[in-house]
Design a protein around this ligand. Structure first.
Ligand SMILES: *Cc1c(COP(=O)(O)O)cnc(C)c1O
Length: 453
């Protein structure tokens, strides 16, 4: 007996020692963000992940996501007693990620039938879903009405189609209108959705939004529940929101006075920005809640009733949770630049190419010989550069590089371009790793091709 105990103790000693010198995966992710990816213990954690799961690999930090949900709620709940928070699924559509947010009591904001089906799969009721899109097809409209989902209507044309489908189903369709408030939140053009020339929403300008409500009110097949706007993405200042909220509350008052409408909710959209660079400070949820509170309270006072405030961020919940781990294939010096060629590209992470987005990059396990490099993707396109002109420790073939803040609009925008199977996604909870989407394989590339042998 005692010998066996002794043996066990001997076995345990190296394991304990190993624990002292390593770090939890969650800590390793935090350390990479804090620019300590060169440290051996941090490097060991990423090397282990790459060894077990391959690269390119999306890694999400569960605690970060839960922390963001808590931060948003604790900023808004004390100031806005009638509050409903939704998650815009398109930022990261992995069911496990969505499930984390659902567990936090957060609703679902979707932009397609595929996202409706995903939300249902995760456990949402149809009635807990809000469906926004400026271009819904007939099947999507049918499905949303069947499920009792709120349709966020974007045009008079769509309103007519929703009415006709509701009549066919002998149901009342629950709707809000997406309003274009004509506000510029000062973000980049591709994600500036609330300016007057964007394709989204019914304009307040020219009374278009008002006419839509007046028309809908006369339709027995339509149940008007609220009003919606979403002025853009990666918004870092409060002014765009406060200006929008003022316009929206004025409009809600007009609806009450001229049409006798009382709305259940006012949805101010998503768009909360996150830091993408070291040392960047920007609007916090607390800043936003504080800035909105007086505007909202004044609006409620003149309205004579309090609608529920809806918010629907995507990026805010998941962006900073994500790390894209990629391996260096080759390093190439040209007369002009040095390229670190990695095994991920714009097929894996589209944001740098699509939005000229900046993502921080860390070289794992290296600290020496800082040089200026471009991190180049493996897609056969000149434009496939993930990070340009970065001062980074010298990397060699086989080294790992991690791209930060890749949790939003990363995997959800990934494609199989260049016939590269979609990457794996893992969720880190403390020191535990869970595969939440396995790496696709080559046969899956041809799964839907009818002429493949
Ligand atoms: C994309 C989108 C969001 C989420 O935007 P984020 O910038 O990720 O917060 C919210 N609402 C609508 C209608 C959207 O299209």
């Amino acid at each position: 007996m005692s010998i066996r105990h002794f043996g066990l103790a001997l076995l345990l000693v190296p394991a304990l020692q190993a624990q002292v010198t390593t770090t939890t995966l969650h800590d390793a992710l935090l350390a990479a963000r804090a620019d300590r990816a060169g440290e051996p213990a941090v490097a060991a954690a990423f090397q282990q992940l790459a060894k077990e799961h391959g690269t390119p690999l999306y890694i999400y930090d569960q605690r970060y996501i839960q922390g963001q949900a808590a931060a948003l709620r604790s900023a808004f709940a004390p100031r806005f007693p009638k509050l409903r928070i939704l998650y815009a699924l398109k930022a990261n559509t992995n069911p496990a990620v969505i499930g984390l947010l659902r567990a936090e009591g957060i609703g679902a904001e979707v932009v397609s039938q595929g996202e409706i089906e995903t939300a249902l799969k995760v456990g949402y009721q149809g009635t807990e879903i809000m469906f926004t899109s400026s271009s819904k097809n007939p099947a999507e409209i049918r499905r949303a009405i069947e499920l009792g989902t709120v349709l966020n209507v974007d045009s008079m044309d769509e309103l007519g189609q929703v009415q006709a489908e509701a009549r066919r189903q002998l149901k009342q369709a629950r709707i809000s209108f997406r309003v274009n408030p004509g506000v510029d939140p000062h973000t980049i053009h591709q994600i500036n959705t609330g300016i007057a020339e964007s394709k989204f929403g019914l304009h307040l300008q020219g009374g278009l939004a008002f006419k839509a409500y007046a028309a809908a009110k006369a339709m027995p097949e339509i149940r008007i529940e609220g009003v919606h706007c979403h002025i853009g993405s990666q918004i870092t200042e409060t002014e765009g929101y406060t200006l929008t909220a003022t316009k929206m509350m004025t409009f809600v008052k007009e609806l009450k006075e001229k049409l006798g409408l009382k709305l259940d909710f006012v949805d101010l959209g998503g768009g909360l920005g996150i830091p993408y660079t070291d040392g960047q400070t920007l609007m916090s949820p607390e800043d936003l809640a504080k800035a909105l509170e007086p505007v909202w309270k004044a609006g409620v006072a003149t309205l004579g009733y309090e609608p529920t405030l809806w918010l629907e961020p995507g990026r805010f919940f998941v962006g900073g949770s994500g790390f894209l781990l990629t391996r260096v294939n080759t390093v190439k010096e040209t007369p002009i630049k040095t390229f670190v060629n990695v095994d991920a590209g714009f097929n894996t992470l589209m944001r740098p190419v699509m939005y000229q987005a900046y993502h921080r990059v860390r070289v794992i396990g290296r600290t020496q010989d800082v040089q200026k490099v471009d991190i180049a993707g493996d897609v056969c396109e000149t434009g496939d550069i993930l990070a340009e002109a970065r001062l980074l420790p010298k990397a060699k073939a086989g080294d790992l590089v991690v791209i930060l803040d890749a949790g939003a609009y990363g995997f959800s925008m990934a494609s199989e371009y260049n016939a590269r199977p979609l990457p794996e996604e893992v969720l880190v909870d403390g020191d535990a790793v869970r595969v939440i989407r396995r790496r696709a394989d080559f046969p899956e590339l041809f799964r839907t091709a009818t002429s493949a042998k």
